[in-house]
Design a protein. Sequence first.
Length: 453
Amino acid sequence: MHATASRRAFAKYATLSFNTDMTLELFVCSTYYFIVQAVTATRNGAWHGRSAENSGREGEAVRTQVGIIGAGPAGLFLAHLLHRSGVDCVVLENRSREYVESRVRAGVLERTTVQLMHEIGIGDRVVREGLVHAGTTLAVNGEPFHVDFGELLDGAAVTVYGQSEVMKDLHVSADRLGIPIHYEAQNVTPHDLDGERPKITWRSQKGVHSLECDFIAGCDGFHGVSRASIPADAIKVFERTYPFGWLGILAEVPPCNHELIYANHEHGFALASMRSPTRSRYYLQCSLDDKIEDWSDEAIWQELAVRIGDSFAPKITRGPSFEKSIAPLRSFVCSPLRYGRLFLAGDAAHIVPPTGAKGLNLAAADVIVLAKALAAFYASGSTREIDGYSARALDRIWKAERFSWWLTHLTHRFPHMDGFDRQMQVAELEYLRQSRAAQSVFAENYVGLPLNA
Ligand SMILES: Cc1cc2nc3c(=O)[nH]c(=O)nc-3n(C[C@H](O)[C@H](O)[C@H](O)COP(=O)(O)OP(=O)(O)OC[C@H]3O[C@@H](n4cnc5c(N)ncnc54)[C@H](O)[C@@H]3O)c2cc1C
């Protein structure tokens, strides 16, 4: 029996027997529990003598099976999948819960991500409130055309549902399941990654804590501590930075179209997106030197109308923005996704420009593979799947990197572009407008490649 399952069985048994001969019953149960723990520990090379849920006292070493750094989408999806497989984990997050839930980021969910939400029991709200998009519109020089995913790919679609809503669903569910998450954990530091007994130390208001683990999952995003803890000569980094940024706004106004519009215009790229039928999300390609103060709401609405083009510009409802930011664009992959007993997943391992809406979806796909590998290890003791995690996840990651890079090049204005480059972009977009084969390739990548692709 698995250690977590045995602990749950023990808790149930201890409660049932409370009113009988408590001392004897508890003795028998405790003995049984510790024997199961010892057997499991021997098989897996780990010992789970204390429950991580009891952590909190300064200096106390707590033990778990998987220590997860970061409570973003990668960290919390992984925690849920491990919990479902009966694998113990503890999540350490350096920000507050409110901060993590309110971060405005991704908004387009692939089929695999929505399916994952259903599998871990948080699928209700995304079905109720998510907007199913069975296609998208692209525009070149103001002339739009539609790509119908549903028709090209047998009913395929993506779902528009904000990352902040995904995070709220994950947090509520983690509370219900009792998944331990330590927010505002300062100075989170992984240790002994190349040994048998890695650990993570962190500081809270109560003092310094230590979490001993079998494995550490680095789910702490691009600027996290996990990847930075790997010796430079143990990983390879592949990177492309783009010579422009995205100016994004959120406004409480209805979207100008029921689906997204990706617009390539002489002035640069624009994207009309949304978070709900009453909340619009718009982006404009901008210079990396631009400051947010340079862009008044009026200037943004004006430029959006120009770049989106005459077919949709009259449908843009203007209103005050309540969130405005400029984000740089980057393609980044580190390889392999493992160092000793540390596994990287999500933005900690890779970044895509947001053009293909792949970031959150890739994070979800990584941890599906990782959770399966870890569960297989705890079930059988075999390291075959965890040894294969990096290669398996990277295979799909590179395909999503390629698509995001390609779509960025197809739709943005690069500073070095001359007339020839511009004509190449226009020709490729016209080909996409006219060719069913080209549209099928676009649709297949946009809705998300299957996990085993
Ligand atoms: C401004 C912005 C806009 C984006 N827009 C889109 C979009 O439109 N579409 C799209 O698909 N993707 C978008 N993305 C990407 C998408 O949001 C990410 O790919 C996704 O959040 C990745 O999830 P993650 O869990 O891997 O990383 P994160 O979401 O970054 O989560 C990592 C977590 O780890 C925590 N952490 C960091 N360091 C530490 C530490 N030292 N100790 C403990 N915890 C730590 C962080 O606080 C965070 O909660 C955007 C990203 C940004 C930054």
